[in-house]
Design a protein around this ligand. Structure first.
Ligand SMILES: Cc1cc2nc3c(=O)[nH]c(=O)nc-3n(C[C@H](O)[C@H](O)[C@H](O)COP(=O)(O)OP(=O)(O)OC[C@H]3O[C@@H](n4cnc5c(N)ncnc54)[C@H](O)[C@@H]3O)c2cc1C
Length: 440
């Protein structure tokens, strides 16, 4: 917009001046500009919601990846050789064109100027925003040991990672997996599906020991063994041996050597926070946001894996790395970017594993809580519920997932169960069991 002295101001500046002189000023026909960094599920769902709710807005989505949104959950099925590429893609570029969303692929945002309301890219472009969404997720943590960058050693986050895992594992005769969590077990299952014998090196005495107990973990260990994956406890990685820059074996801290032409590492995620280092914004191993996905910096929102969000169910800040949660955070952020405090984030997440003959599901925050109840029902059925201040805060179900809806309902409704925790273990549990018990 041109001013009388011939200078040009962007829409945000015009709005700020107008609001200053005329409180309550509402621009007519003025378009807001929204910039989203990251085209994962959080960024993409925010773009979709912005377009639906603000048909006139300028929307730009910038991603460092060379492809538009794909289903990160399904890339393991591609790596197993069970799915071709096509069904993994969610949006092609025409999806953005059709919605008049400016998608910038292969573009890295290198700087944010919160005062100037601009972001800069690695190609030297500067893009103005009225509201900015940071949805940059994380990057797999590297193992700080010798030869960790040798050929044949893989981390797992992107579709490109899945392509190189698939290409490489098909030629491997032996494998080692490191990282006893939800992504590590995907890598183990890929070895199983590709019929490559693997050792799964774990530091502790069981898989996902912070969420499971020995009885539940043993079901998972047996399932791994059936797929040709051997769990090795009290182990880990001291270093890798290489031949001609290619990994050939993994040596654990006990000095034991495991043949491994393929190595998969999943020891955690480093949140992509580099962009936030040069200005004042609250971080705490993640970007701190309130229930409206607002960061502490004006006009900057964040959504997805990298947030430490205010969990309205727990009544405290929490973190969650799951597809459904990231999607919902993107949607909620978009609504609040358009109109402040429209909608608060309130969500019980779930994360399922379908590698074995029985289903597995974790929900909420299974590693939180000061107490828990658990029960084994059969060789492949087990349940554990985490409880904090007398309320369900998460859990793990193996074998029978039917109780999940009742348990999630109790968590969502913050129902007090402290005086009837054992009821949560009823074989055919429903939320009504708790109400019935309370009435007695
Ligand atoms: C193999 C695998 C299996 C999984 N399985 C499940 C599952 O079964 N169930 C489940 O609920 N969850 C699962 N997850 C987790 C789930 O996929 C994530 O929680 C979710 O995708 C996070 O979405 P996000 O949008 O927050 O971040 P991401 O998907 O990580 O997206 C962030 C994007 O930002 C881009 N970016 C980062 N920095 C910049 C920058 N400076 N400039 C431009 N772009 C940038 C990144 O390249 C990336 O594309 C799985 C994850 C993986 C890797």
């Amino acid at each position: 917009m041109a001013t009388t002295d011939g200078e040009w101001y962007d829409s945000r500046t015009v709005r700020a001046i107008a609001t200053h002189f005329s409180p309550g000023y509402e621009p007519v026909g003025m378009t807001e500009s929204y910039v989203i960094i990251g085209d994962g599920i959080a960024g993409s769902s925010a773009a979709e919601t912005l377009r639906e709710e603000a048909p006139e807005a300028d929307i730009t989505v910038i991603t460092e990846e060379g492809e538009a949104l794909y289903n990160r959950i399904l890339i393991k099925e591609f790596a197993k050789g069970k799915l071709p590429e096509a069904p993994i893609s969610i949006h092609d570029e025409s999806w953005y064109d059709d919605r008049d969303i400016d998608l910038q692929l292969d573009t890295i945002v290198t700087d944010i100027d919160p005062d100037g309301h601009t972001v800069s890219t690695h190609e030297g472009a500067t893009i103005e925003y009225d509201k900015l969404l940071i949805a940059t997720g994380g990057t797999p943590t590297q193992l700080p040991v010798d030869n960790a960058d040798a050929e044949g050693i893989h981390h797992f986050w992107t579709f490109q990672d899945a392509r190189s895992i698939r290409e490489h594992i098909e030629d491997a005769d032996s494998a080692a997996i490191v990282g006893a969590g939800l992504l590590g077990i995907d890598l183990a299952a890929i070895c199983g599906a590709q019929e490559v014998e693997a050792n799964y090196l774990m530091r502790g005495d069981s898989w996902w020991r912070y969420a499971l107990e020995p009885e539940g973990a043993e079901i998972m260990h047996d399932a791994m063994r059936e797929r040709g994956v051997t769990p090795v406890f009290g182990s880990g990685v001291d270093h890798f041996e290489t031949d001609d820059d290619h990994v050939v074996s993994t040596v654990d801290p006990n000095g034991e050597e495991f043949d491994s032409e393929f190595v998969g590492i999943a020891i955690g995620l480093d949140f992509n926070l580099e962009l936030l280092q040069d200005f004042e914004i609250e971080t705490d191993d993640g970007v701190v946001v309130d229930e409206y996905m607002r960061t502490s910096a004006d006009d900057i929102f964040a959504a997805g894996d990298l947030t430490r969000f205010y969990d309205t169910i727990l009544g405290e800040h929490a973190q969650n790395g799951s597809w459904g949660s990231a999607k919902e955070q993107g949607t909620i952020a978009a609504k609040n970017m358009i109109e402040p405090e429209t909608d608060a984030f309130r969500w019980v997440s779930s994360y399922s594993i379908t590698h074995f003959d029985f289903p597995f599901l974790s929900f909420g925050h299974p590693t939180l809580g000061e107490e828990s109840v658990s029960k084994k029902y059969s060789e492949t059925e087990w349940r554990r519920i985490a409880i904090k201040d007398g309320k369900v805060v998460g859990g793990v179900l193996i074998g029978d997932l039917a109780p999940q809806s009742g348990l999630k309902q109790l968590m969502r409704e913050e129902t007090y169960v402290g005086d009837q925790k054992e009821v949560l273990l009823n074989e055919e549990f429903s939320a009504d069991d708790i109400a019935a018990a309370q009435e007695q």
